[in-house]
Design a protein around this ligand. Sequence first.
Ligand code: E4P
Length: 217
Amino acid sequence: MRFFIDTANVDDIRKANDMGVICGVTTNPSLIAKEGRVFEEVIAEIASIVDGPISGEVKATTTDAEGMIKEGREIAKIHPNMVVKIPMTAEGLKAVKVLSAEGVKTNVTLIFTANQALLAARAGATYVSPFLGRLDDISVRGVDLISEISEIFDVAGIETEIIAASVRNPIHITDCALAGADIATVPYKVIEQMTHHPLTDAGIKKFQEDYIAVFGE
Ligand code: E4P
């Protein structure tokens, strides 16, 4: 399983990129709004930092296929690595069909059932984004959805990649990897949490103390 970072914050993107662990970025309208920056500018800056797929979503207020196709073409022009993120609706699927036929990569977002993922894949989506954490929030096991989609895509020989989204903690990461997600898109905070273990931290402290006791600082 590969990692994308799920943010529009360029400082966090730089930190994760410097660690060498991410190979792509996902954003959404809420994450862009949080930064308070012009969409095209922040996306272009992100694309200058990470050499990999960058998902930029169509405007939250654009709900018709024609509008999504028009915006998707503009997003695709920002950088060759752009992936157009499109919400899972019937209009969204129409947009995916047209954009994918034009060679534009798409990421169908807000996936909450295996059927939605299957439809998105058949419409030509490059990626589907099932939302793990938001299902867990309503007492539905999000990881089960990842397993179902993974099994269905394997059985059907579907090449659309599964991006586990709405990841909230390190346990989600292990669960997604075991369930067959191709990619997990992860907030910086969770990447940072994943680096730690109390025994690692205690081990480093002990090595430092033992070294200093004999050789000094
Ligand atoms: C992914 O593509 C979404 O942007 C994101 O993972 C949503 O996460 P949230 O449910 O924590 O907002």
